[in-house]
Design a protein. Structure first.
Length: 261
């Protein structure tokens, strides 16, 4: 398995496909497997670069008490240098979207097109309350209760009822979550506020947001759409926090159309 050594961090990453490179940045507590419903379709048309962020997945070490967005961005810049990539399209979901925003602001020369999926330039009190409720569930009922709290927040009830096999698959992946890394990342991003800097972004940007997101309000998608000059907002109707999983065909269609235009 390929790793990039950055100080005391061994960052896992995978590269597949050929063509224009696309960097995919996963969300909090997830890892590179979070893009599994995009990989097969995308790798036939693009070169996919999918890392496990510091404190996540198969990446090892590099965890302090908190991991700020700037640290994640610097790690990704180092990965670009390691792979001899000058520029790439960048796609970030949820926490990965916050990292993508930091990355394009700190290293604008690295980013071609930018895709922000159910994310926010700042962690609102409402989002913090949701994440805190997951922790309360864990303290009261253990990891199983934590998992179900995240699922009920992240997906619509109708989708949960109709997709027990995918839920089981998500639970299997969640069992390998690095809790220490997720907490450090959550603490590091809790005070991030990039709202005032959105106007600095010159990359052509697609904002995708589920209209029933129970973790990050669609108002944050509208805020980014308004603040980023070259942006457009696509609302995924009847969808929760993860259109990449809940409505992958629609999401993939939007993504490919934007990146190939």
């Amino acid at each position: 398995m390929p790793y990039l050594k950055i100080g005391d961090l061994a960052m896992f990453y995978k590269v597949s496909g050929k063509g224009k490179p696309v960097l995919f940045i996963h969300g909090l507590g997830s890892d590179s497997r979070g893009w599994e419903y995009q990989e097969d379709e995308m790798k036939n048309q693009f070169q996919l670069v999918i890392p496990d962020l510091r404190g996540h997945g198969a990446s090892k070490g590099g965890i302090n008490d908190f991991i700020p967005a700037q640290q994640f961005a610097e790690d990704l810049d180092a990965l670009f240098s390691h792979l001899n990539l000058e520029r790439a399209h960048v796609v970030g979901e949820s926490m990965g979207g916050i990292v993508a925003l930091e990355f394009v602001l700190d290293f604008p020369h690295r980013v071609d097109k930018l895709v922000l999926v159910d994310t926010t330039p700042r962690v609102t009190e409402e989002t913090a309350d949701v994440v805190y409720s997951w922790r309360e569930a864990q303290l009261a009922g253990g990891n199983d209760a934590y998992f179900w709290a995240t699922v009920r927040s992240g997906f619509t009830p109708e989708w949960i009822e109709k997709n027990p096999e995918i839920i089981r698959h998500l639970k299997e992946k969640a069992e390998s979550m690095n809790a220490e890394g997720a907490v450090a990342a959550g603490l590091g991003l809790a005070t991030t506020d990039l709202t005032s800097r959105l106007s600095e972004i010159n990359a052509e940007t697609l904002v995708v947001h589920g209209d029933r997101d129970g973790i990050i309000s669609i108002d944050m998608g509208r805020l980014m759409n308004k603040g980023i000059n070259k942006s457009k907002l696509k609302v995924v109707k009847g969808c929760g926090h993860s259109p990449t999983v809940e409505k992958p065909k629609e999401f993939n269609r939007l993504l490919l159309s934007f990146l190939k235009s």
